[in-house]
Design a protein around this ligand. Structure first.
Ligand code: SAH
Ligand code: CA
Length: 213
């Protein structure tokens, strides 16, 4: 879904950092070999994630929803030299491809893959995360948020992706559309939750940035 005209999107992309070559290859291979390639983070949003991570310069990053590893590699660009990124995905068919790209990127030793349901894995992690990217099953966003909040500290940043859900959050609700209803509740909760400061950024499909108080 394009919220801006295509010509504006092109202009914006052309006046932002170029997409690294490895990520171009990852995108190509994802489209060739993996189902639902629309889920991959694109050039512009990837550069946004990269620069946000560089501004935060985190020691520990947590990603929920690795897919083929695109967003993980963008976020890893901001890691401290001694930092680690933990990324979780439930789909075992993606693990080898993720690892191939992680190892080519130079961040291979700083990325830990976890295979399984994020809601089971997050409580077992011991780190305090400076930066979290929530991008897995939309119906579980609230549960992910509550679980990761326990693993953050004051000043930590929690990003939630696809919160505008192709604009469905502002169109009349189809009563059968559970995901939109869940995201409406989630967006309202983040705005009202006194534990975080929230801005919803109109980046791609909507990216909410919460700062833990
Ligand atoms: N962050 C990726 C895209 C993630 S797509 C990128 O920007 O490139 C969503 C991913 O969440 C899928 O790969 C899917 O397998 C994973 N997923 C879905 N349910 C999950 C769960 N319960 N726990 C962990 N991962 C899950
Ligand atoms: Ca996404």
């Amino acid at each position: 879904m394009h919220f801006l005209s295509e010509v504006l999107e092109t202009y914006i992309q052309e006046h932002s950092e170029a997409e690294p070559k490895l990520l171009q290859e990852l995108t190509r291979e994802t489209h060739l070999k993996v189902v639902r390639p629309r889920m991959i983070t694109g050039h512009f949003q990837g550069r946004v994630l990269s620069i946000l991570s560089k501004l935060i310069n985190p020691k520990y990053i947590l990603e929920i929803g690795t897919y083929t590893g695109y967003s993980a590699l963008c976020l890893a660009e901001g890691l401290r030299k001694t930092g680690m990124l933990h990324t979780i995905d439930i789909n075992p068919e993606l693990t080898d491809m993720q690892r191939r790209y992680f190892d080519q990127s130079g961040f291979g030793e700083q990325i830990v893959q976890h295979l399984g349901d994020a809601l089971e894995i997050i409580p077992r992690l011991e780190q305090v995360f400076d930066l979290v990217f929530i991008d897995a099953e939309k119906l579980s966003y609230d549960a992910y948020f509550e679980a990761v909040l326990q693993r953050t500290t004051s000043g930590s940043i929690i990003l939630s992706d696809n919160v505008l859900w192709s604009g469905k959050v502002v169109t009349p609700l189809d009563p059968k559309d559970k995901v939109t209803q869940i995201l409406l509740n989630y967006n309202r909760k983040l705005k009202e939750d006194p534990r975080v400061e929230t801005v919803l950024l109109p980046i791609r499909d909507g990216l909410t940035l919460c700062r833990v108080r």
